[in-house]
Design a protein around this ligand. Sequence first.
Ligand code: SF4
Length: 122
Amino acid sequence: MTKVIHPFLRLDTMKTPAGKECAYFYGDYYRGRNVEECRLLKAQGQAWSRDLCATCPVPSILQANSCPHLKLRTKIARPLAAVFQRRVQVSAYCEKAEQTVAEPQIGCGQCHALPFKFVIKE
Ligand code: SF4
């Protein structure tokens, strides 16, 4: 079994039932098996089902931000905006800055200060 040190250190990232690559999705279809799970939700004691992957923000966060200090916390909710359908809601925390990250796709800004300074040489 693959040990997950960090999602981007895994070599066997799989596609979710929604067709997006997600480092937390695990599927075992070898020799007739049909085991699927979300290891992020499972580690946080949340009940996963295949439909959650279609609207889950985690794949796009992982694609935009590869910071190893970023830790994602998930919660399954039924927001009014989704007509009370189950949705994965994500909050992020930076273990280096020890603060909540408002925009997980961007990060906390400590490692990579924003805004970037562009120098135009003459
Ligand atoms: S629910 Fe989200 S984090 Fe879990 S496998 Fe699906 S896309 Fe990945």
